[in-house]
Design a binder for this molecule. Structure first.
Ligand code: SF4
Length: 425
């Protein structure tokens, strides 16, 4: 049975597409193995969101080609889509496939590998995928047409697309049958989901009825895309995780305008306040970019002050780096690397303090945690619905995929510790 290993860089949409490629390969009889194992084909599902992501994608190809000189190396994902010529020149790459070809991965790999797979191999492979799991990604939307001036995504994923609602429900039902308890709905513009009159709220109303699924989480959503009724359904439906990841990027209106972000800092602040008012204990997480072209000290300070007021429960801080072909790449990259580092470190420090403060609110309270990791791990852990990672203090008496009640005991150095109160294991 030919072996295939996949390495994923980047966002949840890419992770979902890896999951789908792995499923398609298994269903066609391939053995999908760990990336550290020996395989006949290695797939790098690349990312191109920053310069670092590009270079990590190239590095992953070179490393795997050097370690496994006899294997085929397939490079797909956003880096392959946006820089196909550069990608095909990387030493050791056998095939470069843009995002739109991921659905046909089985055919492409079939052409690369001469040997066919027997039906017995196929049956063994498919049955292995039916074990209990924890969290599965479900892509419901793809594509972006916003063209934020720093972002490469609209070039890598230009087609706006939504999955039919009945197909989403079928997919989630199948995942529930396979033992998944939590699904994460993903999309580049998740809030823009709309198919045949069903928007994201309508879709959630159908998905909460799928038995076996206990949690539905949303991946990143643009504040301006949040549909009417989303906060209400989050507040009223227990299955919908109280967590919104809304990218802020900057707290200064001038920078937001230069970024082509369609909101003001004040609108963003009002939205966060409203979400907290309507959904108790909601986790609001975000992305912030520092060092955008022309970002002055004063403009950065406005971002810092807004982040200070909004107390995000997690924040990813990025330093601007120009992506070729984007509008911002034509602007002077005039904030020095040292200054970008200083600004990012200030925000990272603030974000850490806020995430600790958020978790500390729950000390002494009991929360439901979905257990992750394998039995052998010494310290088991899992996530609450409002995205607090909890490490269990009282031993591994629980199974991955199980939802346990945990009393939050302590928060130390950004680690949250809890004691399991109930477990079926
Ligand atoms: Fe990129 Fe902006 Fe689209 Fe998000 S909304 S994918 S940042 S262009």
């Amino acid at each position: 049975m030919p072996k295939v290993a996949i390495h994923t860089l980047g966002c949840k949409v890419n992770q979902y597409e890896t999951q789908r490629m792995a499923e398609a390969l298994r269903a066609s009889g391939y053995d999908v193995v760990d990336f550290a194992d020996s395989a006949d084909v290695y797939i790098i599902n690349s990312c191109s969101v920053t310069h670092t992501a590009d270079s990590k994608s190239r590095q992953a190809v070179r490393t795997v080609a050097r370690r496994h000189p006899g294997a085929c190396v397939v490079l797909t994902g956003c880096y392959a889509e946006t820089s196909p010529n550069e990608a095909s020149e990387i030493e050791g790459v056998s095939l470069v496939l843009g995002n739109r070809h991921k659905d046909a991965i089985v055919e492409y790999i079939g052409r690369l590998l001469p040997s066919k797979v027997s039906k017995t191999d196929m049956a063994a492979s498919v049955s292995r995928t039916a074990s209990a799991r924890t969290r599965a990604l479900v892509k419901i939307q793809d594509g972006c047409d916003q063209f934020c001036s720093y972002c490469i995504v609209p070039f890598a994923r230009p087609m706006m697309w939504c999955k039919p609602a009945n197909e989403v429900v079928d997919e989630v039902t199948q995942l529930a049958d396979r033992g998944f308890k939590e699904i994460v709905l993903t999309g580049i513009r998740l809030g823009r989901y709309e198919y045949g009159g069903t928007n994201l709220v309508g879709l959630l109303q159908s998905l909460v009825k799928v038995s076996g699924i206990e949690r539905i989480r949303l991946s990143s959503i643009e504040m301006t895309d949040v549909p009417a009724g989303l906060l209400e359904i989050m507040a009223s439906e227990k299955k919908i995780c109280r967590h919104l990841h809304v990218p802020l990027q900057s707290g200064n209106d001038g920078v937001l305008k230069r970024m082509n972000r369609p909101y003001t800092a004040e609108e963003f602040e009002r939205f966060v306040e409203e979400a907290r008012l309507r959904v108790s204990d909601i986790a609001i997480t975000t992305d912030i970019m520092v060092g955008f072209p022309g970002e002055t000290i004063e403009e950065f300070e406005e971002t810092y002050c807004l982040a200070e007021r909004l107390e995000f429960s997690r924040a990813h801080i990025f330093r601007f780096s120009p992506r070729q072909g984007t509008a911002a790449s034509m602007m002077p990259d005039d904030v020095s690397p040292v200054e970008k580092k200083r600004r990012s470190e200030l925000l990272i420090g603030l974000a850490k303090a806020h995430s600790e403060k958020f978790a500390k609110r729950f000390i002494g309270k009991t929360l439901a945690v979905l257990v992750e990791g394998n039995k052998e791990s010494k310290l088991r852990s899992g996530f609450t619905d409002n995205y607090i990672k909890v490490v269990f203090k009282n031993g591994p008496k629980c199974e991955a995929g199980e939802i346990v009640l945990v009393r939050i005991a302590d928060v130390k150095e950004n680690q949250v510790f809890g004691e399991i109160i109930t477990s079926n294991a």
